[in-house]
Design a protein around this ligand. Structure first.
Ligand SMILES: Cc1cc2nc3c(=O)[nH]c(=O)nc-3n(C[C@H](O)[C@H](O)[C@H](O)COP(=O)(O)OP(=O)(O)OC[C@H]3O[C@@H](n4cnc5c(N)ncnc54)[C@H](O)[C@@H]3O)c2cc1C
Ligand code: HEM
Length: 402
């Protein structure tokens, strides 16, 4: 895929580019937002810019793609890109925007590395960029085609039909089309992007997993309020805004559903491991299983601060009870609710050892990165294949960059 000449140049300069990717991505975003400030206010997540999380995710993806290209020069490493393409599609990114990113990203490489970037080096990295960009453009075009929309036309107006306070920190919203038409198809595990206009006029977009099964009249999202940790970082902008302002009858701009954490068909055993608000995609999967394959063996592991903080606690138990071959394993740091006692309730950090997943189990993880890393390590130790362990991160994917 990469020409031989470029492969030689990329191999020789990968250590220098890799070591400076943090600075390169920082310079890239700074220059792009100087030229196009509306992108920071209306498309990119400005908290991820402030914290550096998006820079790290981009640097991790570029490094992973370039390294994979060097290891298998004849193949295009699309595996790195599926999650990014789905995120881009949920934001309505279009092919023409890749030229803007190319100019600023390759400009940042030249600015940061200086004389190292000869015309041959610039040409080789331009080739890497466009291999990556064209792969993403093709995947995104396919996602738009599957959703039967023009490229980027994923946004529509939805009305909040119900609002429920689930815990002191989590609120759920049912979303329907204003004309009463059904919510639309999706695969359990997928999410939508939601746009909020904040008090300073900026439009900020965040993703929320659909927390009920497909086939209902409405979709449901459950939003955890991101509180300020000891006043050191600001509270979450969009989640706080939704908690404070979004009421039944209000409308929101919502994308079509996307995401590559997909419940697989078939009868292989499943293990769903979530922590905190990471329960949302699991709820959709469990509700869907009750309709399509109730006999499927499913082990559900959920970890939370306490029963009081566990969003959809009773619903999770009910969903598991509807599946005759499902088991529930709850882990709370503190068991502070009298109703929450029971055989399946444990105190402390989640531990999957007692579950002993059956061979061939497919696992889905969703929660903070340290939780997922621990569970993944345990699952690998129990003999699960890395291929069968899937995960969703509720933010930029930093698994590759940390
Ligand atoms: C695929 C996917 C599915 C998701 N599903 C759900 C879901 O079902 N439910 C749910 O509640 N969430 C979900 N999320 C997370 C959600 O999209 C938002 O990230 C979340 O609601 C927080 O957004 P916010 O605007 O409130 O916080 P933001 O304003 O984006 O802030 C995020 C964090 O960054 C911190 N921060 C802000 N500025 C700085 C700074 N300068 N330095 C350091 N830190 C800073 C904030 O304190 C906060 O903790 C999902 C995310 C993804 C990607
Ligand atoms: C080859 C080119 C590109 C690469 C490698 C790339 C890579 C990435 C990565 C790794 C993420 C984080 C995904 C995640 O883990 O959630 C991301 C998100 C994003 N990308 Fe791209 N991208 C590219 C092009 C573009 C273009 C052309 C645009 C449009 C201007 C764009 C806009 C965004 C936005 C808005 C987000 C979400 C940011 C956030 O939530 O903080 N990207 N991209």
């Amino acid at each position: 895929m990469l020409s031989d000449q470029s492969a030689r140049v990329v191999r020789a300069t990968l250590p220098a580019v890799g070591a400076s990717l943090g600075t390169i991505t920082e310079v890239f975003y700074r220059h792009m937002f100087e030229e196009r400030p509306e992108l920071l206010r209306g498309l990119f997540n400005r908290a991820n810019q402030a914290s550096g999380a998006q820079r790290d995710a981009l640097a991790g993806a570029v490094a992973a793609f370039a390294t994979a290209l060097m290891e298998h020069p004849g193949e295009r490493p699309d595996a790195v890109l599926g999650r990014i393409a789905n995120k881009h599609a949920s934001l309505g990114i279009t092919a023409d925007q890749y030229t803007l990113v190319a100019r600023h990203l390759l400009g940042a490489v030249a600015e940061v590395l200086g004389d190292v970037v000869t015309p041959a080096v610039a040409a080789a990295w331009d080739e890497v960029y466009w291999l990556m960009a064209n792969a993403l453009i093709a995947m995104e075009a396919r996602l738009y085609a599957e959703a039967r929309v023009e490229d980027g036309a994923v946004w529509h107006t939805m009305e909040i039909t119900e609002r429920h306070e689930e815990t002191p920190d989590a609120v759920s919203f049912d979303l329907g089309h204003p004309d009463g038409s059904p919510g639309g198809a999706f695969v359990p595990g997928q999410y939508v992007s939601v746009q909020a206009q904040l008090p300073d006029g900026a439009y900020q977009i965040r993703q929320y997993s659909l927390s009920t099964a497909p086939g209902r009249e409405t979709w449901r999202i459950t939003v955890k309020r991101e509180r300020s940790a000891d006043g050191r970082v600001p509270e979450g902008e969009v989640s706080s805004w939704l908690h404070a302002n979004a009421r039944p009858g209000d409308t929101l701009q919502v994308s079509l559903p996307f995401g590559d954490l997909l419940l697989p068909e078939g009868d292989s055993p499943l293990l769903l491991a979530s922590a905190g608000i990471g329960v949302t995609p699991m709820l959709a999967m469990l509700e869907h299983l009750a309709t399509v394959s109730p006999e499927r063996p499913v082990a559900v592991v959920h970890a939370d601060r306490s029963p009081v903080h566990h969003a959809h606690r009773l619903e999770l138990s009910e969903r598991v009870a509807q599946l005759p071959n499902a088991s529930l394993h709850l882990w709370y740091e503190v068991t502070d609710h009298p109703d929450a006692a029971g055989d399946h309730v444990n105190e402390g950090w989640a531990d999957i050892t007692p579950i002993s997943p059956a061979p061939g189990t497919i696992a889905f993880l969703c929660g903070p990165l340290p939780f997922m890393k621990t569970v993944r390590t345990d699952l690998l130790a129990h003999g699960l294949s890395p291929r069968d362990i899937h995960y969703e991160v509720f933010g930029p994917d930093l698994w590759l960059s940390k």
